[in-house]
Write a protein that binds this ligand. Structure first.
Ligand SMILES: Cc1cc2nc3c(=O)[nH]c(=O)nc-3n(C[C@H](O)[C@H](O)[C@H](O)COP(=O)(O)OP(=O)(O)OC[C@H]3O[C@@H](n4cnc5c(N)ncnc54)[C@H](O)[C@@H]3O)c2cc1C
Length: 473
């Protein structure tokens, strides 16, 4: 009998435009599709609660898609280093095809595995448009600034065109598989995932429908609507991209087919921000933990567990911040503009370490992605590559007035302020007593007083920055 090939799926949970699947099928061998839940390799960033919820439904959807093609998905739990050799022995596989890992811990684990496996492990680019080594500066090094990076992407390379699903996947006899239900990926008591279920349909079909709706209805005006969290102006494709339920090339080409306007150009630029984050992580494996600008290690961060908890729960008394944090808790997602506002508030007005915010996002975002999350937190905290300077401090009230001018977003997520006029809704502590009374707002009772005076918080952050500047001098 022909020896099978193992198709090891990790973060490319799709059949369309999947280079690892195509190569496995092209080998002419029967295919054993496998997913290994490895939460134990040292240094692994185990998926957070929201990611585990997503992963459950995503694997269920993938397994169903594979089953219709006669190739059952095999589930195993354990270290990559143990499970893959075990599967090779059980199936007598001749080789393994998989996606190139992007997370530093997985890169290390897979490099070690390659040295010990008895069969070849072929790695294919599945997560991004470009490989980690493909885009180089003229001097041959990695990029640290987005604009030249994106120019190089656009000028030098044409992303590979997406491929269709192979017409047939010849399956091999399947080795024993775990049962997905036994992995405990879904929350039980309390079941906090109702809002996630209401808002998302994980899996390849959900991804395709989301992309199709966005390119049909919203991409043309993306340049004008993308900054307004109260309107449905962005694609909400991020969790599908993060889990590889749709390829970046499929998204890129669907946008190109939608037209040539400014909306398309700016949206594709966002896909390049995703590429840039992956590029930064590829070349800076410590990105999730340590500031890229080393002098920021000297930042005198505060310790304030109560302040951190208020931020996490959307109880800071700053309406747009609380709206964002409650949207995140309820839906597992937050609008990009508001991510920037809440992150800036945490690291500047509260002077709490960006890693605390990064970890909370990691646990609560359905689109949690190691590269984008850590690169963006470093960007906001001013310590990353091409970062927003730390001294530029968002005023959350002005941000609210500008990007939520009718106050719809705050009213949706902070309903206790919905009866205030739009202007006061962003800063209830400035509203006259009479107005507060008629809107049913009692500060300190129905809605918190601000956790920090915004001017004082700003001054404290700037003073802290002096320490960093002094340590560099
Ligand atoms: C502090 C902070 C943390 C973040 N953490 C994550 C994360 O863990 N995972 C994640 O996918 N994005 C993260 N982002 C980036 C961005 O907020 C989300 O990608 C975006 O809000 C997703 O919504 P969308 O799919 O509607 O985006 P769209 O506006 O429709 O953009 C299309 C796609 O481009 C990519 N993209 C857009 N903006 C960015 C960006 N600034 N950086 C990198 N990629 C981008 C995403 O894949 C997104 O789906 C973070 C941003 C901030 C400020």
């Amino acid at each position: 009998m022909t020896q099978p090939t193992i198709l090891w799926l990790r973060r490319e949970l799709r059949l369309r435009d999947n280079a690892a699947l195509l190569a496995a099928v092209a080998s002419g061998r029967p295919v054993v599709p496998v997913f290994v839940l490895d939460e134990d390799t040292p240094g692994a960033w185990a998926p957070g609660g929201a990611s585990r919820w997503w992963l459950h439904d995503s694997l269920a959807s993938l397994a169903a898609d594979l089953a219709t093609r006669g190739a059952p998905l095999v589930l195993r739990r354990g270290l990559f280093a143990d499970e893959l050799p075990q599967l090779v022995a059980e199936t007598d596989a001749a080789e393994i095809h998989a996606g190139i890992p992007t997370e530093p811990w997985a890169r290390e684990a897979i490099a070690r595995l390659t040295r010990t496996l008895s069969v070849p492990l072929h790695l294919h680019r599945t997560a991004t448009l470009f490989g980690g080594e493909e885009i180089r500066t003229q001097a041959g090094g990695p990029y640290g600034v987005f604009t030249p990076f994106s120019r190089a992407c656009r000028a030098n390379l044409t992303p590979a065109r997406p491929h269709a699903v192979p017409a047939q996947i010849a399956a091999a006899p399947a080795p024993p598989s775990d049962r997905l239900e036994d992995w405990g990926l879904l929350p039980t008591r309390p079941d906090w995932a109702a809002g996630l279920r209401e808002n998302w349909t994980p899996g390849e079909d959900g991804a395709r429908r989301t992309l199709a709706a966005f390119t049909k209805n919203a991409i043309a005006s993306y340049d004008k609507t993308r900054n307004f969290p109260g309107r449905p102006g962005t694609s909400a494709l991020s969790p599908y991209l993060a889990f590889g339920e749709i390829s970046a090339a499929t998204a890129w080409y669907a946008a190109s087919l939608a037209g040539e306007g400014r909306g398309v150009e700016i949206w594709q630029n966002e896909l390049l921000w995703r590429e840039f984050s992956a590029h930064l992580l590829w070349h800076n494996p410590a990105l999730p933990e340590a500031p890229l600008r080393p002098e920021y290690a000297a930042m005198p961060w505060r310790k304030d567990p109560a302040g951190l908890a208020a931020w996490q729960r959307g109880q800071t008394g700053i309406p747009i911040v609380d709206a964002g944090m409650r949207q995140l808790w309820h839906t597992g997602w937050m609008h990009n503009r508001v991510r920037m506002i809440v992150a800036s508030f945490l690291v500047k007005h509260l002077l709490l370490p960006w890693q605390d915010g990064e970890k909370w996002f990691w646990d609560t975002l359905v689109d949690a992605d190691l590269a984008s999350n850590s690169a963006q937190w470093q960007w906001v905290a001013g310590c990353g590559a091409d970062a927003a300077p730390y001294f530029r401090i968002f005023n959350p009230v002005l941000q609210g007035w500008k990007f939520d001018p009718e106050g719809d977003y705050v009213a949706r997520w902070v309903p206790e302020l919905a009866q205030l006029p739009p202007k006061e809704r962003q800063a209830p502590w400035e509203a006259p007593d009479m107005l507060l009374r008629s809107a049913g707002v009692v500060l300190g009772t129905t809605y918190p007083h601000p956790l920090v005076d915004l001017a004082a918080g700003r001054a404290r952050a700037l003073a802290a920055l002096e320490t960093v500047t002094a340590s560099k001098a």
